[in-house]
Design a protein around this ligand. Structure first.
Ligand code: ATP
Ligand code: MG
Length: 245
């Protein structure tokens, strides 16, 4: 994998388009994420946020160009991106409900199967239990019996087990009680501080803008605003449309 240089964004998206039949869900959007950044994409229901993330992870067909870590990836299959360090934690989590917490974490590291990687994978599993102590207490529990918030932690933990360079998070706060939202967002902050680049999709704009340094606002498939989180929080249009003011 080619390393991203200081001059080049880790992720560079140009004229991304997603269409479902006659519906244009994502209309020619362009944006970038620099290595080490925590950036959010906010917008209302149906704005096209999930479609954008799925297109980046190559899970749905899309037009436009996607460059990641110095290479063009819009021709690559989804599975190839995981070993390149690009991981998506999908909306609705998608943990393996009939596997235990520990087994789900192991699945996240399935491509790290060389014998000399075993110790590092074990260390990473231990690190996940430090990041999410609730998972440590439940490591033998079936994932399907975890609460929604615990499943969200597990989904993030499983993605981290793949040692991503870029983590795409789709609505990590969805359906969570405030206390668990806090736990999950504390973890996101700490993952970002450990050097993982994050593109965070959130409907909860206030929350997203308090953890991110920069944001993009998406409306009806287009990016309509982009600025520092600080400026977006103060922007009257953002306040009226997304912060309930
Ligand atoms: N598989 C699909 N087939 C047809 N239309 C779809 C499909 N998936 C999404 N859409 C439509 O594309 C548009 C964008 O949807 P998307 O899920 O990307 O929005 P979103 O911003 O993630 O919304 P939310 O905040 O509700 O998750 C919506 O109008 C949606 O109905
Ligand atoms: Mg969505």
């Amino acid at each position: 994998m080619a390393a991203a240089t200081d001059h080049q964004p880790l992720l560079n998206v140009a004229n991304l388009q997603v269409r479902y039949g006659s519906i244009m869900a994502v209309k020619d959007i362009s944006f970038c994420v620099t290595a080490g950044e925590l950036v959010c994409l906010i917008g209302a229901n149906g704005a096209g946020k999930t479609s954008t993330l799925k297109a980046l992870a190559r899970m749905i067909p899309a037009g436009g160009e996607i460059h990641y870590a110095g290479q063009r990836i819009d021709g690559l299959p989804a599975y190839a991106l995981i070993s390149q360090g690009l991981a998506l934690v999908p909306e609705g989590r998608g943990v393996f409900s009939r596997l235990t917490v520990a087994e789900n974490l192991a699945m996240g590291a399935y491509h790290r199967h060389r014998p000399d990687e075993r110790a590092a994978v074990q260390e990473d599993e231990a690190r996940m239990y430090v990041l999410f102590p609730r998972l440590a207490e439940r490591r033998r529990q079936l994932a399907g019996t975890l609460s929604g918030g615990e499943q969200q932690m597990l989904a993030i933990g499983r993605a981290l087990m793949g040692k991503p360079q870029l983590l795409l998070l789709d609505e990590p706060s969805m359906g969570l009680a405030p206390l668990l939202v806090q736990t999950v967002f504390d973890a996101i902050r700490s993952v970002a501080q450990s050097g993982v680049t994050i593109l965070l999709v959130e409907q909860n704009a206030r929350l997203a803008l308090t953890v991110c340094s920069r944001g993009y606002v998406m409306e009806s498939g287009a990016i309509t605003l982009t600025d520092s989180a600080e400026n977006l929080l103060a922007d009257p249009r953002v306040r009226a449309a997304y912060l309930g003011e």
